[in-house]
Ligand binder design. Structure first.
Ligand code: SF4
Length: 430
């Protein structure tokens, strides 16, 4: 049964078997039926027999025990997130593997001569540019899946440098961010931009020099490192559009010899600019990594693990530093062996001395993202695991499951890469 039918059948059966319920209670029953039906490939009547459907409390308790077999006994009753099944399947992700070529290019007046704008015109000659004033910011089609149709080159005026916002009640590693773009061409099923980005376009700032001026005068916290770290991958992948912006050239030139370290956080292999620059010992490329089976399922349109590690080896051989982010770690059958294998592949691919740090964080996301994932990646299996509303209001694996991941991976990383710092990202002490 496809996901649209599964959702419809879950709603129909909730109406049929418990017609006496109000809208909200029916919504919870339908949601639980849907999630179990999707995960176990079962029809709703096979999940909730009539004898358990006599009253709401009994039916919900029964379904919760089926949907959350590992946690239903210990999780707080309000930690199960059961939103309605109003899923907009027209938002389905566009998974065609195509080279980024926008149909619309908007350039802010005053930035026509900027290197980013000039380069975009050169790279996409078949698209006629349109020009706009800051006060009339262009609109784009209201569909996240169409974001790659529109490129907006703008002058950033406000958002230059800031400490990483981290998350409520978490240990903060002291990272600092510069936002050199908004929007990404990859399709990671868990990406928060699906729900967060409201202008569906790729937006690139033209004024890198203004960012670097702000960095020049910023007072950075060092956090857990002996030096301050600055990175650019919060609202986009740091290198995916580097062939358009060429920002890596300005960044490396600016940071070379400075006290701060700069990190390009990426899944891409767009490293040509870096390989054509003299290296800098305080500039790292940090790859987000996952086992290949997880990449195939959830990090769609991204380079494979092998390709990422091959790029990392070239970066290390060239003389830049590297870093790796096991983030998000995604639970699945065989996760221990699979993540261990990724560590072994890193070990075999590049010299340990090039690696400055590893970060780790298990999959977590704002509750609002859940319906976007379901609508855009109907076949996803990442949501079949048990997510609970956690200390920061996000959906996370239970404390015990996250602890198991960290207790397994952190010592393994320490043992294999003793000189690299390894730390938890957006996590509390558990
Ligand atoms: S690479 Fe990062 S920004 Fe791009 S889709 Fe994946 S998670 Fe989102």
């Amino acid at each position: 049964m496809n996901i649209i039918d599964t959702a419809a059948k879950a709603q129909e059966y909730a109406n049929e078997i418990m017609p006496f319920l109000g809208i909200n209670k029916k919504r919870e029953i339908a949601r639980l039926l849907f999630e179990i039906a999707k995960r176990d490939n079962l029809a709703p009547p096979a999940i909730l027999p009539p004898q358990y459907a006599k009253n709401f409390e009994q039916a919900k308790k029964f379904l919760i025990s089926k949907r959350y077999p590992k946690n239903f006994k210990t999780a707080a009753p309000d930690s199960f997130y059961l939103p309605d099944l109003n899923l907009n399947f027209t938002l389905k992700a566009d998974l065609k593997q195509e080279i980024f070529y926008p149909k619309n290019i908007f350039i802010e007046n005053g930035e026509e001569g900027s290197p980013a704008a000039q380069n975009a015109l050169k790279l996409f000659p078949k698209t006629s540019p349109q020009y706009f004033d800051y006060k009339n910011f262009p609109a784009a089609e209201a569909n996240y899946s169409k974001r790659k149709e529109t490129l907006i080159i703008t002058k950033e005026k406000f958002d230059f440098v800031k400490p990483c916002p981290c998350t409520r009640d978490c240990f903060c590693c002291g990272y600092n961010l510069i936002n050199l773009g908004f929007g990404c061409a990859y399709e990671c099923a868990y990406c928060f931009l699906q729900q967060y980005q409201n202008l569906h376009a790729i937006i690139l700032p033209a004024n890198i020099s203004d960012f670097l001026k702000k960095v020049e005068s910023a007072k950075f916290k060092k956090g857990i490192f002996p030096y301050a770290r600055v990175g650019s991958g919060e609202f986009t992948d740091s290198l995916i559009f580097d062939n358009i912006t060429n920002y890596s050239k300005d960044i490396v030139t600016f940071f070379r010899g400075r006290a701060e370290y700069f990190e390009f956080k990426t899944k891409s292999v767009n490293i040509d600019n870096l390989l054509n620059l003299p290296p800098a010992g305080n500039v790292a490329v940090g790859w987000s990594v996952n086992p290949q089976n997880i990449i195939d399922e959830t990090e769609l349109l991204t380079p494979s693990l092998k390709e990422r590690l091959c790029a990392a080896a070239k970066i290390a051989a060239h003389g830049f530093k590297t870093a790796f982010h096991f983030d998000p770690v995604i639970l699945h059958d065989g996760w221990r062996e699979n993540y261990k294998k990724v560590l072994e592949e890193i070990e075999n691919a590049l010299p340990k001395e090039s690696i400055l740090w590893f970060s780790l964080g298990t999959l977590r996301f704002k509750r609002e993202l859940k319906k976007f994932i379901e609508a855009r990646f109907a076949d996803n299996s990442i949501l079949d695991e048990e997510f609970l509303l956690a200390f920061d209001g996000k959906l996370r694996y239970a404390d015990a499951a996250r602890k198991e991941v960290y207790d397994y991976l952190r010592p393994l990383i320490k043992q294999k890469f003793p000189a690299a710092v390894n730390y938890l990202c957006m996590e509390k002490q558990i």
